[in-house]
Design a protein around this ligand. Sequence first.
Ligand code: AMX
Length: 389
Amino acid sequence: MAEPTDVLFEITQAHLNSGLRGFPVGTCRTSRVDPNTGVSYVGYPIAELADLEEEAVAYLMLHRELPTDAQLTEFVADIKSRRGVPPKVIELLKALPKEGHPMEWLISGLIFLGMTSKTGDYVEDAKNVVARLPELVAAIFRIRSGWGEPIAPNPELGLIEDFVHMLDVPGADAEALTSLLRVFYILHMDHGGGNLSTFTGKTVASAHTDIFASLGAAMSGLYGPLHGRANQDCLNFVRTVGSSDPAEIEKFIRDALANKKKIYGYGHAVLRAEDPRATIQYGLGEKICPDDELFRTAANMRIVAVKVLKEFPKISNPYPNVDAVSGTLLNACGLTDSDFYTVLFGLSRCTGIAAQIVDERVRFRGGKGAPIYRPKYVAEDQTPRHVKG
Ligand code: AMX
């Protein structure tokens, strides 16, 4: 057990302006990211959770233990009873500019949900987030894509089955899409405490801001191309290669690096091995779309890109991250507009961030909650001066 006076980290001048990289700032009880084995939720390796009921994993986030059968039945019923996005929110979504990115719609939608239905109780609001976000996100897809009116939730269905029902993606195989999105939802739920979106959400909530506005801020972070939006860029990157032939892929990657471009889907701030979430998705792809040309491109890139990136010592991690292949799977299952992929990531990640906000706000420091965030910035080039005299 660490003592309050134990030194965890020596801060030097070189650490300033480095994105708080590696600074210990708090504790996280929902998940942990090991550089070599990847993410585990409350001690369970992600690979052991990927095939569970999605509600069981959401319960794990909120309670830090897997539910018994009876607890799961009760939790599923509770979440179902909380469904229902206020009609006013749907009307507001209809007024949003179509040229706005779907993540801008999600950020707005979270604020609308907060304006219309926040309770101010972090635990209640976290459960409401889990229950209502699938309907909000499905409405965003349908309205912004012009697929028609939003579809009401079906109380008979589980969380993701209902999401797929409310999406009603034109031409998609609902069964394949449901099996993919259930795994996608579980894999993206949480990733330690310090990733940009989670950290931002907790920072904003530390001012006692409600969970919906805090998640809106978190999703603004996820929207960034180096963070969550990388999954849409990854599919576009794979599409641009234009061939699943390994020699063509290698040429494409070498040209991209020579032109100082990123190899999307590769690299990570913490991981130093292939992300197990990518490993799970490559396996899923071999089951649901083995002959899809884009999936074959991504699968061959897994070998070729690692070989090439290893030639660049400055790149800390030459291996695939969570986004390397997810887009090709979504595309193969009928979700072809990559602009929406980060919204699917956000739908899932909001559950983990909400659980972490609950911990920080109502459980830490004997229930008082962590205090308002206030890191120190060292004043630079600011010799005292005066306007007059
Ligand atoms: N392609 C090209 N260059 C890369 C690279 C990649 N995939 N990964 C790292 N590098 C470069 C960095 O740009 C940096 O260059 P610089 O010193 O000239 O600025 C150098 O290698 C060292 O970077 P790093 O310490 O290995 O990584 P990082 O912690 O700074 O950044 C990440 C991590 C993910 C932003 C970076 O690997 C990257 O840009 N990857 C491509 C985008 C991507 O796939 N993002 C998804 C991340 C997962 C997520 O949040 N969804």
